[in-house]
Design a protein around this ligand. Structure first.
Ligand code: MF3
Ligand code: CO
Length: 251
């Protein structure tokens, strides 16, 4: 079942999502050579808690941290630790916050110092593919219209979309129906209705779309070792233009 949020729920979700987006921004500002991923995770944790919210990822299915921090060839679910960022790294930060029972979920990939032109293009294409998908996040379109637009933008720029993980509905639970893949033909899946809240999250690889999960059960890396980027927002379907809920304005 796809939940439709009422105005009361949306008021709470807007707040949850603003906290989440601010945590992402805070993490992005911390990205610099020498800082450890664990230090960024601690700042994310402490910020979310300071806002009266809870880190959604902490202890979710046993996940041990508040943020996922995925460097270079790590696609998603990188566990923060003692690794110190280096000039030229690209750093995906994924965060979730739960406020008064509702979750926000968002991610972005940040450059550490000066990065290669190819890495910057990967970051830019990944972010733009979200916005290409967003054009179809309107009443009456179907879920895979979003998927198809994301895939088309990514592949026309010579990159590939990850198949093994997908976006999702979000609300009282971090992962709700429907699944929102970043690939596939248009015209399939549920029709979008006002009040649906979706986490649209392209994961884009510079090489092949194949991924591998490390023995820790979380860290997901590109099979070919090439770079990967991630961009995600929680989005509300409305009667008109979609509303990106994970924004920092007005916090
Ligand atoms: N944004 C990711 C997702 O939607 C993060 C989940 S990490 C986890 O799946 F630890 F919470 F699983
Ligand atoms: Co998500």
């Amino acid at each position: 079942m796809i939940t439709i949020k009422n105005e009361r729920e949306l008021t709470v979700m807007r707040k949850a999502c603003k906290i989440t987006a601010a945590a992402r921004a805070l993490a992005g500002e911390m990205v610099r050579p020498g800082i450890t991923t664990k230090q960024i995770d601690k700042a994310v944790h402490d910020f979310i808690v300071s806002q009266g919210a809870k880190p959604s990822f902490l202890h979710y299915s046993g996940y041990p941290a508040s943020a996922c921090i995925s460097v270079n060839g790590t696609v998603i679910h990188g566990i923060p630790g003692s690794y110190a960022l280096r000039e030229g790294d690209i750093v995906s930060v994924d965060v979730g916050a739960c406020y008064q029972g509702y979750h926000g979920d968002c991610a972005a990939t940040f450059p550490c110092g000066k990065i290669s032109a190819e890495a910057q293009k990967l970051i830019d294409v990944t972010k733009q593919s979200f916005f290409e998908g967003l054009r179809f996040a309107t009443r009456g379109h179907r879920v895979s219209d979003i998927s198809h637009a994301v895939q088309t933008h990514v592949e026309s720029n010579g990159f590939s979309v990850v198949r093994a993980f997908v976006g999702h509905g979000v609300g009282e639970r971090l992962h709700e129906e429907p699944e929102v893949p970043n690939f596939g033909a248009a015209g399939h899946g549920p029709r979008l209705l006002p009040g649906m809240t979706l986490a649209i999250e392209p994961m884009v690889n510079a090489g092949s779309y194949e991924v591998r999960i490390l023995k820790d059960g979380w860290t997901t890396v590109t099979a070919d070792g090439k770079l990967s980027a991630h961009y995600e927002n929680t989005v509300l379907i409305t009667d008109g233009e979609p509303e990106i809920l994970t924004v920092t304005e007005g916090l």
